[in-house]
Each structure stands twice: as C-alpha cells, then as structure tokens.
Design a protein. Structure first.
Length: 340
C-alpha cells in the first residue's frame, strides 16, 4: 500500500468513527429527551385542554412535570392546586399573566444557535406580537391592569450566582406598543444623587396599580438595590440595599424579595419589606430561593424550588407573608405561577 493510500484509509476510518460517535451521542440525547417527555409514575394528572386568562379563581403556571406537556402553560383551581391540571399547547421558559394579558418567554432551538423571543398574549393565549430577545429568559411580569409588560434576559452569564453576568430589562406598553428596550436608558438617583455607571444592570420588575410606578433590582459596583421607578418620568430612585427580584403585594404596601445572605456559596433568603417603614421580616422558608416570588393574596406568597431528586424540575411552595407558619408545597412539578 502506498503512503497516499494509507493516509486516505486512515482519514476515512477516522471520519467513520467520528460519525458513529456523533450518531451515538445524538441517539443518547434523543433517548434522554424522550424519557423526559414520558409521564412519570405517580406524577400529577395532566390533560390537554383550552385555557383562558380570564378564568376566575384559577392558578396559571408552567407545567414542570415530565411528560408531553412539560413547559406548557397549565392551570388548576385555586381551591385545589394539587388536583388535575389542564395544559395548553403553548410552551414557555418563563410566563406571567394579569388582567387577560400574558407574556411568554421562549428559547427555541436552532441549527446553529437557539432563538429567544417574547410573545405577547391575549386572554386566549393567542400571540399578538413577537419580540426578539437579546439573551436567555430570566424574569417576566405584567402590570395589574395588563397595560405594561416587562421581561429580563441574561445577555451574558447563566444565573444571578454567576461571577460575571449582565442583564437587560425591557418594558412594553401594550396600549401603544411602545417598547423600552432597556431600563438602563432611565435616569438613576442613588443615595439622593444623580448616578451614572457603565456596569448598571436591572432585573425583576414588579408593577404598581397606577400604571406608572414600578419596583426593580438595580445592580452596580457589586451592590444590589431596590429601586422605585416612574415610567412616565423615566427615572428610578434607590430605596434600600441587598434586595433582588421584588414582587409588590396586591395592596401595594409591601414587597417580597430575595436577600443574599453571608455564605461560601450564593444563597438567598425570602424577606418581606414594608415600604412605609422599610422594616424587613424574614419568612419561614429556610431554603435558598432563586426566584421572583408571587403574591397569591395579601397574606401568602408563592415561589419555586428545585424538585428533590428531579433534575431540571421544580415545585411551587407557599408561605405566610408575616414570617409565621411553615412552608408547604403548593403544586408539584410547576414554576412561574400567576394567580387569576
């Protein structure tokens, strides 16, 4: 055999081996995906059905249970959250809804890279507008009236515990369809003085009922602040440090938030802040909560925690907002709650 033929034979053999290896990897990945899409014994009962965001006394969320409806928008009666759930065909990475308006953040796999987008939804979960996202979905909120929608994405980094990450938070007026691509365009007042910096990040918007006031997290110089903002004046003002992912109570007097606590790893504890006195109350949940909690009513908050023994899944838990009581599992295999 000539040297040229020997080299060609080696090349062809290598290509065939790599092709076989690649096929094996793809098949194993497909097998894992198929397993994830199979209902698990003892899991929650999920059935396909029609959902509307105008149904009263329902709790809408993303189904995180394994099976064909994984990541689908689902709904259960508020009085029976552990019962059988109805799942729509729409699937999201993050979801929220209020007053018949919904927002769905999606990550759609592509040949070269995934495509991230935000879907503005009507009460029947039909897409009204689609907006490209600059990064991976993180947070989503709708104002109590349904007029304003906000979302946060990771432009770099994969979580708030990453050493280096940056976010982009956008706000959409659903009446005029005017989009504010980034809250970084707003003027910042920090400790009573105008503030500018290249490292400013915002995330975790929550809206008041006046369709102007909002609260969010501002991060700069390795510090996080709760800010109160005005959409009409395009300004934000810092209120207190070490507040992340605030969520405003229905009566507008308190925010529940995650507070970073001293530890060798990134840990957050859930607190409620009285906006009148700035007094903080730790909640009974002792696990680290990396979520933007939701108020089920003026007395109870809900949040997602990783499901024990189920990689990539989560459960919804609830706890009294006054620091008493004990946490209880609200819905197994669920995330992104939105009470109707």
């Amino acid at each position: 055999m000539t040297p040229l033929r020997r080299r060609l034979l080696i090349l062809v053999t290598a290509v065939l081996l790599l092709a076989g290896l690649g096929t094996g990897v793809v098949l194993r990945a497909a097998d894992r995906a198929n397993q994830a899409n199979q209902p698990q014994p003892g899991g929650p009962a999920v059935s396909a059905g029609k959902l509307t965001l105008e149904q009263k006394d329902r709790l809408t969320f993303l189904n995180a249970a394994a099976g064909p409806h994984r990541r689908a928008v689902a709904s259960v009666p508020s009085t029976d959250p552990g019962g059988g759930r109805i799942a729509a065909s729409l699937k999201c990475a993050r979801f929220y809804a209020a007053a018949g308006t919904g927002i769905c953040l999606q990550s759609v796999p592509g040949v070269l890279k995934q495509s991230n987008r935000a879907l503005l939804l009507d009460a029947n979960l039909r897409t009204l507008r689609t907006f490209p996202l600059a990064g991976n979905p993180s947070r989503a909120r709708v104002s109590p009236s349904g007029r304003f929608v906000a979302w946060t994405v990771f432009v770099s980094g994969e979580s708030y515990s990453s050493a280096f990450f940056s976010t982009r938070t956008s706000v959409l007026d659903t009446r005029t369809m005017r989009l504010t691509p980034s809250l970084e365009a707003f003027s910042v007042v920090l400790d009573g003085k105008r503030y500018r910096a290249a490292d400013i990040n915002f995330w975790g918007v929550t809206f008041a009922s006046d369709d102007d006031t909002f609260y969010a997290t501002l991060n700069t110089a390795n510090r996080t602040y709760l800010v109160r903002g005005s959409l009409s004046r395009r300004t934000v003002t810092t209120l207190i440090e070490n507040v992340e992912c605030p969520s405003l109570s229905p009566d507008g007097t308190r925010v529940v938030f995650k507070k970073r606590v001293p530890s060798g790893v990134s840990l957050w504890r859930e607190y409620v802040l009285d906006l009148g006195t700035l007094r903080e109350t730790p909640l009974a949940e002792r696990h680290s909560v990396d979520d933007q909690a939701v108020w089920l009513d003026n007395d109870t908050v809900a949040y997602a925690l990783p499901a024990e023994g189920k990689v990539g899944s989560s459960d919804l838990w609830s706890v009294p907002a006054d620091g008493t009581g004990t946490p209880r599992r609200l819905i197994a295999g669920a995330s992104s709650p939105a009470p109707q």
